[in-house]
Design a protein around this ligand. Structure first.
Ligand code: HEC
Length: 288
């Protein structure tokens, strides 16, 4: 079969291959072996190539995951009212958008359904609205400018959202969780303790956990409601290992008179004997 070399012939390629398009309606289309050097078999050549690329990407990803373990946040604490919940970075723009007057308060339905629905429906309709054959982006001013505007808007909203967050932290005098986490993780590695997992700091074991001072008096007095069923902490601080920090006299004082705004005084609710019993037991709570 001789090839005609017509200089005006419009060359049409099939997909990304280097094979010219022909009308195969009356003949059996040839397979790749008819084009030596210009094509290749899907199995095994092409597939193998794809797999190789896949393996390289996977190994790269694995290396990244091992080098930078996913940051774990602190365990959820419903009693922590200072916590500022933040979405992941890629949702910050939506988070910010929902703070604006026409997307919140009385307009919350519009915010939830409209803001997420409009772009979604627009994307669904795009193939029907944008039917031009042109692929170069500067020849598609409407589609291109819409994309640019969205990109700018998303970047701006993300920035504003993060800016608000840092200001809020500053106003509350808080260290942002991601920075606190990074500092603790670094300290843990430097101290040779390995990877630090928030909320899994080693707290000392309970000493004499079956003592009636704990199982009866402290349980009935509801200490565990704030200090945790195993004194691991909760709304109040952990009390395990408290004997290393406070003396028995200090403990009697705190239990009798309370501490701060949150720790109630128990003088009256508990007899002096019971307070003494609890303080004696708490003073024994020392790390080995
Ligand atoms: C309503 C919650 C609540 C209850 C109930 C409660 N505590 Fe507390 N407790 C706290 C809080 C909050 C603190 C931290 C106060 C502070 O440091 O400002 C605290 C602090 C303490 C401390 C001092 C800890 C330290 O590290 O300085 C001791 C000891 C203590 N509580 C013992 C008890 C005992 C014993 C009981 C039961 C008889 C009890 N608490 C019941 C909330 C509670």
């Amino acid at each position: 079969m001789a090839h005609k070399h017509d200089p005006n012939e419009k060359v049409v390629f099939i997909g990304d291959s280097r094979i010219r398009k022909r009308d195969y309606s009356n003949v059996t289309p040839p397979d790749y072996t008819s084009y030596p050097g210009k094509s290749e078999a899907f199995i095994p050549n092409f597939l193998l190539k794809e797999w190789m690329v896949g393996v390289v990407v996977l190994v790269g990803f694995l290396t990244l995951v091992i080098a930078h373990p996913a940051p774990l946040g602190y365990p959820a604490d419903p009693l922590n009212s200072a916590f500022i919940p933040m979405p992941d970075w890629y949702f910050l723009f939506l988070y910010q958008l929902l703070k604006y007057p026409y997307a919140s308060g009385d307009y919350i339905v519009l915010g939830i359904l409209g803001l997420s629905g409009i772009p979604f429906i627009a994307l669904l309709l795009a193939p029907f609205l944008d039917t031009g054959k042109e692929r170069r982006f500067y020849r598609r001013p409407i589609a291109s400018s819409l994309m640019l505007v969205s990109l700018v808007a998303v970047s701006y909203l993300t920035w504003v959202s993060w800016d608000h967050y840092t200001h809020e932290l500053e106003a509350n005098g808080q260290t942002p969780e991601h920075i606190e986490r990074a500092i603790k993780a670094k300290e843990s590695v430097e101290a040779g303790k390995g990877r630090w997992i928030p909320g899994k700091e080693k707290i000392p074991a309970m000493v004499a956990a079956d003592d009636p001072a704990f199982t009866e008096v402290m349980t009935q007095a509801q200490c565990i409601a704030c200090h945790g069923a195993e004194l691991e902490g909760g709304g109040g601080p952990a009390l395990r290992g408290i004997g290393d920090v406070l003396s028995k006299e200090e403990l009697v004082d705190i239990i009798s008179n309370g501490k701060g705004d949150m720790m109630p005084p128990f003088k009256g609710d508990l007899t002096d004997e019971q307070i003494d019993q609890v303080a004696t037991w708490l003073a024994q709570q020392k790390a080995e």
